[in-house]
Ligand binder design. Structure first.
Ligand code: FMN
Length: 186
């Protein structure tokens, strides 16, 4: 079956907001990608799922490099700029710089990285996988940094802040669970 982007049932997912930088035929560029995941520890691999006809896809295919960032809680406007315009027509990096965002030159790849993000990972393309109507670009992390900022949350097409941390259950319940695990061992 097919599910549209605004289907109520898929809108239950909670995601982070990835900001993907690239540099290629469309110049230095940045796009928003909620489908950004850490998928392997050793080696460390990040996956970004990108729809067809995006400037970012052309750029990564050409250079085999990209930067992955996690947007911070106070960067929803910047995410909307990166996600609401294409680098084929607009210099989004220049807009974000004008709005006060700071970029730096990556050390292991040839592109710009966003200084003010929660996490900055420089990636070399390891694999490109066609999956339905998106292409998963799997990148090996070659350099990574992070800051103390809190991440931006995305759910139901809206931006959110983290809520309260959920408390650990009472010892009584933990003991009961341990007992149940013992009792139901295969
Ligand atoms: C919060 C947010 C999340 C998004 N997530 C994705 C995503 O995971 N994959 C994707 O292909 N597009 C996603 N988009 C849309 C792209 O960012 C958008 O199409 C952008 O214009 C592509 O830029 P480009 O053509 O410069 O590469 C998202 C947009 C927003 C605002």
């Amino acid at each position: 079956m097919d599910l549209k982007w605004d289907d109520e049932r898929t809108r239950k997912f909670v995601t982070n907001v990835g900001l993907v930088t690239s540099n290629g035929p469309h110049g230095n560029n940045i796009m928003a990608a909620e489908w950004t995941h850490h998928i392997s520890y050793a080696p460390s691999l990040l996956a970004v799922c990108i729809g067809p006809n995006k400037a970012t896809l052309d750029n990564i295919r050409e250079t085999k490099e990209f930067g992955v960032h996690l947007a911070a809680f106070d960067q929803s406007v910047f995410s909307s700029i990166a996600g609401g315009n294409t680098g084929k027509e607009v210099n989004k990096i220049a807009i974000l710089k004008d709005l006060g965002l700071r970029f730096y030159k990556a050390s292991k790849v040839d592109l710009l990285m966003l200084k003010d993000a929660v996490m900055q990972a420089e990636c070399k393309l390891m694999q490109e996988i066609e999956l339905g109507d998106h292409t998963m670009m799997v990148g090996e992390v070659v350099e990574i940094r992070s800051t103390k900022k809190e991440p931006l949350i995305y759910r139901g097409g809206k931006y959110w802040n983290f809520g309260d941390q959920i408390e650990k259950p009472r010892q009584e319940l933990l003991d009961k669970i341990k007992e149940l695990v013992e009792k139901n061992k295969k």
